[in-house]
Design a protein around this ligand. Structure first.
Ligand code: GLU
Length: 490
């Protein structure tokens, strides 16, 4: 029975690297009909950020990555917060100490710093030289009362091989490792120790995590062996890099799940995008919901090389979800973004004839994000107060006022306010005036929306409705002369 875990440290927000690790664990669990565990790794209390664990859980849930066992939902292997498992860590440490597999080290931070500096100076990598490794019971007694850490007694010879499911065997010579700390002087276990006890106690079968942890894995394997625990399988997922192949960071734009939400990226699209960030689907189909991804998800298809983050592709994916989700579903999600623009579609200053679902259908072909969508549909709900100056300059001329007035009159009388009828009507009027349709179409769009681009003109007119369309055309007709004079003034 497969049991996997996502084990964040509550030191910030859920960012895309963490979300992808959680996602791959989730997909693997679902694929194998296994269990997905959430564990909060909060032993490093100095780095803990208040509210972070809750925010991370909220972020995971918003992506649909619900865990089967965890701090809030419980489960048979709890507690799921490291800070609540101290007794068990202590027991495991006592056992290692009794077997002399760990030993106390009394070196002070200053002493260690001096050693590190000397090593650096000599061009050697930093490595604990084993100062306290051979202290006798008597030596230890004389140091009683002084703060100490516990270090793991590393086997001097040989190597530890991580049999990684993604990258194959990776060998770590013990000569390059050192007697690493397993318990700090404040009594707290360090990550490398706590994680081993937890993974064992929680019967984790597969450790799927970011590549940045690969160098920790030999230490953890040594501890698994020292404690007589069976090894889980390990899979280290390649990093996510920025387009310039540097480490992905703030300066490359949004990186946290909450930020993507604020930008109007749908969780479905983000999850779909993250699924492809380092994993290739068997059928090359790029667009699939979580359930479909879980069906085909195997660790063999995780790439061996770093994945490169591409904001454009994420937006492309998002646009696709905006087009394909039911309009009523998108409507619910666009509401907060309309609210950000001061628009309540139930009580707008101007009411279009379409309902919100219709508004979604009108603009979704051209929307990349919900922010974009709200912005594009805003014209339906409020009067036009300004016109794009470049548009005015280009499309408003001497005859525009008259044309718009003629159109307003015709629209008032036309029997049926449907896109097809409006289209035919514009053709007739253009023919009557002996001008091209474009001469009518561009100023009409500006009059109705204030902009030069947007949805198909006749569709948007039908959505706006006769009353608002006529009123906006009249207003632009009377302003046209002044606007065009102002626009062409030097
Ligand atoms: N707590 C670790 C982190 O947030 C994860 C450790 C692990 O997955 O083993 O990076």
């Amino acid at each position: 029975m497969v049991r996997v875990r996502y084990a964040p440290s509550p030191t910030g927000t859920l960012h895309i690297g963490g979300a992808r690790t959680a996602l791959f664990n989730y997909l693997y669990a679902r694929h194998e009909a296994g269990t997905f565990v959430l564990r909060i790794e909060d032993t490093d209390q100095a780095r803990e950020v208040e509210g972070s664990a809750d925010a991370m859980m909220e972020g995971l849930r918003s992506l649909g990555l619900q865990w089967d066992e965890g701090p809030d939902v419980g489960g048979p292997y709890g507690p799921y917060r490291q800070s609540l498992r101290q007794t068990r860590y202590q027991e495991a440490l006592d056992e290692l100490r009794a077997r002399d597999l760990v030993y106390p080290c009394f070196c002070t931070p200053d002493e260690l710093q001096t050693i590190r500096k000397a090593q650096q100076h000599a061009g050697r990598p930093p490595r604990y030289p084993g100062t306290c490794r051979h202290l006798s019971a008597g030596d230890i007694k004389t140091r009683e009362g002084r703060p100490f850490v516990l270090r793991f007694r590393l086997p001097e010879q040989g190597a530890t091989v991580v049999d990684d499911l993604i990258r194959g065997p990776v060998r770590f010579e013990h000569a390059v490792l050192d007697d690493f700390v397993v318990r700090k002087s404040d009594g707290m276990p360090v990550y490398n120790f706590a994680v081993v006890v937890d993974d064992h106690e929680m019967a984790i079968t597969h450790v799927i995590r970011g590549e940045e942890h690969l160098s920790n894995t030999p230490k953890q394997i040594l501890l698994f062996q020292a404690l007589g625990f069976d090894l889980p399988a390990f899979a280290h997922v390649p990093m996510i890099l920025a387009p310039d192949r540097s480490k992905l960071s703030k300066r490359h734009g949004a990186t946290s799940v909450a930020e993507y939400r604020a930008l109007g990226i749908l969780p479905e699209a983000l999850v779909n995008y993250l699924t492809l960030l380092g994993w290739s689907p068997p059928d090359q189909e790029e667009f699939f919901p979580l359930t479909h991804a879980a069906e085909g998800f195997t660790l063999e298809r995780i790439q061996h090389t770093a994945a490169v983050y591409d904001q454009k592709k994420l937006e492309w994916m998002n646009a696709r979800y905006l087009r394909e989700l039911p309009p009523a579903d998108v409507a619910v999600r666009v509401r907060p973004f309309l609210a950000d623009l001061g628009i309540d579609p139930d009580r707008p200053p101007e009411r279009p004839v379409v309902d919100l679902d219709g508004a979604v259908e009108l603009v979704r072909e051209r929307s990349r994000t919900l922010v974009d969508m709200a912005d594009q549909m805003a014209f339906l709900y409020r009067p036009v107060t300004s016109y794009d100056p470049a548009g005015v300059k280009k499309h408003f001329g001497p005859g525009t006022g008259e044309h718009l007035a003629t159109l307003a009159e015709a629209l008032e009388r036309v029997a049926d306010f449907s896109p097809d009828t409006l289209n035919a009507l514009y053709q007739t009027i253009a023919d009557d005036l002996g001008i091209g349709r474009a001469v009518l179409i561009h100023p009409t769009r500006l009059a109705l929306t204030g902009r030069t681009v947007g949805p198909g003109l006749f569709e948007l007119m039908a959505a706006l409705g006769r009353t608002a369309s006529v009123a906006r055309l009249r207003r632009a007709a009377s302003d046209a002369e002044a606007l065009s004079a102002a626009a062409s003034a030097p």
